[in-house]
Write a protein that binds this ligand. Structure first.
Ligand code: ZN
Length: 387
């Protein structure tokens, strides 16, 4: 750092982080409630007392007031200063690890988005599209103009394949868990179109590049045609999950038997499924741009079909893929599954049925992998003797 000493930068990062953390508390509470995050002024949730600037100093106000509202003396949850402290610490760590501008500003935005997503998921079991797609667009913007956090090609590949990985995890998980029952049909854009894209991508991918066109991406074209046919006719045309997911799983094996590329088949499957999943969620988001969480209507209980993972997690994986690239994204997912298993079993032992959704674990995995993903991949390749 030539411009200012590192210690000064870290102090600045801690202060900025606590202020952003204070704003994140507002976002976490208001976004799912459908209230503007900038207006009106913050109030005590118990008595409606409008908070003065002195009561809004991050962490300090809470400590000075003994964790209570100044007016009605009722308790303010410890989570408010905890989110401020967490944001401050992570901003400080980022400043220590990457004291470079403008990259550091992007990393701070990445951290802030993940904290908001994680806590909203804990509260409401949803991941707002505005934050997920905001992260995707910001990552692509940085990639396009700065070559940071990834070069543009790696960011696009990582986003598509990351979303594809979790979409297929959800697809195959649901298919097996529900014993090969067909999933719920949703028009014009549903999981069936994602599974169709996965199958076509897997079959096309094993043929590789023909006439200058990589056929692994063909699944997105076919999926979009299926969705527009549904939109045009008002019906839902969909192939049974057992056909699309079954053939999709067979394709890499067939590719290997025929002496074609099983890896290209897998890549085609991931890219096509991810592209279709991100396009589908974008479609639903544009149709209903509010992040307000509505109570789920009872009739949407989809005839006893249990979904193993929501599509919010799929888009979050796409967001992380854009920022991390695909190899580090796989590290993030691995950490998320591992942390989920450990923390989940501890919570079940001590906290009863207090279930944490997958989003917060993905956020933890994403943060660790952002800074250490490449090192972990190198270590692993060395460990299995590939590097
Ligand atoms: Zn009060």
């Amino acid at each position: 750092m030539e411009l200012l000493p590192l210690s000064l930068l870290v102090v600045f990062a801690l202060l900025l982080g606590s202020l952003i953390g204070s704003f994140l508390n507002v976002v976490i509470y208001r976004l799912p409630a459908g209230i503007s995050v900038v207006w009106p002024r913050s109030r005590c949730p118990h008595c409606g007392h409008v908070l003065s600037p002195l009561e809004l100093v991050p962490i300090v106000s809470w400590v000075v007031q003994g964790g209570r509202c100044k007016n009605c003396k009722r308790p303010i949850p410890l989570r408010y200063p905890a989110v401020e402290g967490l944001t401050a610490v992570l901003f400080g760590v980022a400043a220590l690890l990457r004291p470079v501008f403008p990259e550091l500003v992007f990393i701070w935005a990445f951290i802030a988005l993940l904290i908001a997503l994680a806590f909203i998921d804990i509260d409401t079991k949803t991941l707002p599209n505005s934050l997920n797609y905001g992260g995707i667009f910001l990552g692509l913007l940085g990639a396009g103009f700065l070559g940071f956090p990834q070069n543009f090609q790696a960011a696009v590949d990582g986003g598509l394949m990351g979303a594809g990985l979790v979409a297929l995890f959800a697809g195959y998980g649901g298919w097996l868990y529900n014993r090969f029952k067909d999933g719920p049909r949703e028009g014009p854009f549903g999981v069936h179109q994602v599974h169709l894209a996965a199958m076509v991508g897997a079959l096309g991918g094993m043929l590789g590049t023909v006439g200058g066109t990589w056929l692994g991406g063909l699944g997105i074209v076919v999926g979009l045609l299926n969705a527009s046919l549904n939109a045009r006719t008002g019906k839902v045309f969909a192939l049974h999950d057992s056909l699309t997911l079954g053939l999709g799983a067979l394709a890499p094996i067939v590719a290997w038997l025929l002496g074609l590329s099983p890896l290209e088949s897998l890549r085609g499957m991931l890219v096509s499924a991810g592209g279709m999943a991100l396009a589908g969620m974008l479609y639903w988001w544009l149709r209903n741009p509010s992040d307000k969480v509505e109570p789920a209507p009872a009739e949407e209980n989809l005839e006893g079909y249990v979904s193993v993972m929501g599509y919010g997690d799929v888009v979050l994986a796409g967001f992380l893929g854009v920022w991390l690239g695909f190899s580090s994204l796989m590290v993030a997912v691995f950490i998320a599954v591992f942390a989920g298993a450990i923390i989940g079993s501890i919570l079940r032992r001590f906290g009863g049925d207090n279930q944490i959704p997958f989003g917060p674990y993905l956020a933890i995995g994403g943060l660790v992998a952002f800074f250490y993903g490449k090192a972990i991949v190198q270590w692993y390749l060395g460990y299995i003797g590939l590097a």
